[in-house]
Design a binder for this molecule. Structure first.
Ligand code: CUA
Length: 325
């Protein structure tokens, strides 16, 4: 294949990914829009410089062959203007635009609708809302069209909070509280990812930002203050008993029960989460069972040791946890 048509085909393929792609070039929030604007500015400047250099090279090779007479003073002027002056102007302009965007990203207009507290752990995200008794994990609900402050801490090593479609990265540094903000212009689910290498399961430290209309968000937040759903079937009852009396409760919380562990994620709404293990596997009965029995085979190195669960208890535990929505 010829290089130029292939490159164009590649670009078209990339452009085709736009749709729902969790890409910084597919922004859905005011923060990411600025970054995308800066990216395209740099891209088109690079294209212009590339075309200009190629044109000069072609001209020199094709049309000036055998006619290389340099008059005194000419090359120096050309090198000064094209080689130093032009890059200087371009770099200063890009620097100015970059500074403007940096300031806007740090301090966007408007008061925050609310604050979300996000703590990075190896390898999952704890999500709390001030005033709400409950917590959730690996998913951040926000009201659409409103500015939400995100307060970031890490429980262990460096992580980086990145929602490509909404906001550029913010590093989480031990002992410090960092702040960023999110504002989604349209409802939807936006994938986030830890963007700083933090150990074996860095790749499986994903999360989802769910932007929903205000009424839906308020209802969701109210449930974060309420006790978890009570079991209704026999299996769910047995599952709850096994959960609360077994080792699960040492690390996990289910609101409204005796399970109040704070080491691992709050599981009060685990049945409705988008994944198990911060993006490691889909949230379905099979993967949940595998995770409970031995999560080390699913996400090696995670903090949950293999559980001594009686085979007979496993279906009950699955039924109970799946019912927590
Ligand atoms: Cu946390 Cu990478």
């Amino acid at each position: 294949p010829r290089p130029v048509p292939s490159a164009l085909a590649g670009l078209l393929l990339l452009a085709g990914c736009a749709g729902d792609a969790p890409s910084a070039l597919n922004p859905a929030g005011s923060g990411a829009s600025r970054v995308a604007g800066l990216w395209w500015l740099l891209f088109w400047i690079s294209v212009a410089v590339f075309v200009e250099v190629m044109a000069l090279l072609t001209w020199a090779l094709v049309f000036r062959r055998g006619d290389v007479r340099i008059r005194h003073g000419q090359p120096l002027r050309f090198v000064t203007v094209a080689g130093a002056g032009l890059p200087f102007v371009i770099l200063v302009a890009v620097y100015g635009v970059g500074l403007r965007d940096l300031a806007a990203l740090g301090d966007a207009p408007g008061p925050e609708a609310l604050t979300v507290e996000v703590t990075g752990h190896k390898w999952w995200w704890e999500v709390r809302y001030p005033g709400a008794s409950g917590a959730t994990a690996n998913e951040i609900h926000i009201p659409v069209g409103e500015r939400v402050k995100v307060r970031l801490r890490t429980d262990d090593v460096l992580h980086s909070f990145w929602v490509p479609q909404l906001m550029p990265k913010t590093d989480l540094i031990a002992g410090e509280t960092r702040e960023t903000w999110l504002r989604a212009e349209r409802a939807g689910s936006y994938r986030g990812q830890c963007a700083e290498y933090c150990g074996t399961q860095h790749a499986h430290m994903a999360f989802m930002v769910i932007a929903q209309p205000r009424a839906g968000f308020d209802a969701w937040l109210a449930r974060l203050n309420a006790p978890a759903r009570q079991p209704t079937t026999e299996a769910e009852h047995r599952g709850q008993q096994a959960f609360v009396q077994g080792t699960c409760a040492a690390c996990h919380t289910v609101r409204g029960t005796d399970a109040q562990g704070r080491v691992g994620p709050d599981l009060s709404s685990v049945g409705s989460r988008w994944s198990i293990g911060a993006g490691a596997v889909p949230n379905d009965a099979g993967h949940l069972g595998g995770w409970i029995a031995n999560s080390q085979t699913v996400k090696p190195g995670n903090a949950m040791p293999p559980q001594p669960v009686y085979a007979a208890q496993l279906p009950d535990l699955i039924a109970y946890l799946r019912s927590l929505e």
